[in-house]
Design a protein around this ligand. Sequence first.
Ligand code: PEP
Ligand code: MG
Length: 319
Amino acid sequence: RPRRAARTFDGVGQTADGVRVQLLANVADPEAARAAATSGAEGVGLFRTEFCFLGRATEPTVAEQVEAYRGVLAAFAGKKVVVRTLDAGADKPLPFVTADSEPNPALGVRGLRTAAAYPGVLDRQLEAIASAAAAEDAEVWVMAPMVATADEAREFVASCRAHGVTTAGVMVEVPAAALRSAAIFEHAQFASLGTNDLVQYTMAADRMLGDLAALSTPWQPAVLDLVKATCDGAVERHRPVGVCGEAAADPVLAPVLVGLGVTSLSMTPRALPDVAAVLAAVDSAECRELAAIALRHATARAARDAVRERLRPVLEPLG
Ligand code: PEP
Ligand code: MG
């Protein structure tokens, strides 16, 4: 349908009353970053660095890493780029930091947990990120995946500082981190909700299993409660909370997330126009109202239906 194909995103995410919501792209490597840069994305909200090195048997050298990271930063000169340190394990095994003997890899040594198990890998990655950041003029933020405790956040932020990375944060994708986010924000300067894993760990439902789709949705009231808990814990220290899981790409859910306190959404670039169009059509008070509507329903389906119904005049022109 031509009308749909013609819709674009002009690079400024905001609600109808002008509250800015940064709309960012998820990217995996320099090529994807160059494509994303043409989509109007305001920056990168999730650079999945492990995707640059999938299939590698050995750790990439610092020089190889610098080259890959510079490729992504160069595509977003002058813009924010959130670089995630290696998230290896479970659905994304990297042989040089993943044990193949774990009975339950989703609950194993993955994400930031590999840092202690494979000494030096995180330091070399932070060295490469810092040196790529010094060579390019993007605004580089760095975050760790699979953080569960405030201690992990403290140690990660300290490692970042030791390498001269000043803006350091965490992904919130483990329920423990969401429930205790205020303690995490004593150390982390920002957080990004990884709703794909947050749903998996909240609902105890493998994200790879299509059969569990009814459970595996960010519309689950328990998941929305955890999004709210994360945002509530950020308020006192004025820390920004973004979403970089698939939830951010759902134009019906986006205003709910904003109403819960989320200030940036990072997604696959093709989702940007619809999400931007919905946000531009609702004001921030309506976002809070939609969040309240979603939270008061007992099931994922009821929450989604109620929000859809309220947004009907906004969604209809989107087709
Ligand atoms: C997530 O878990 O929501 C996320 C963004 O990270 P990944 O999908 O790479 O695990
Ligand atoms: Mg994740």
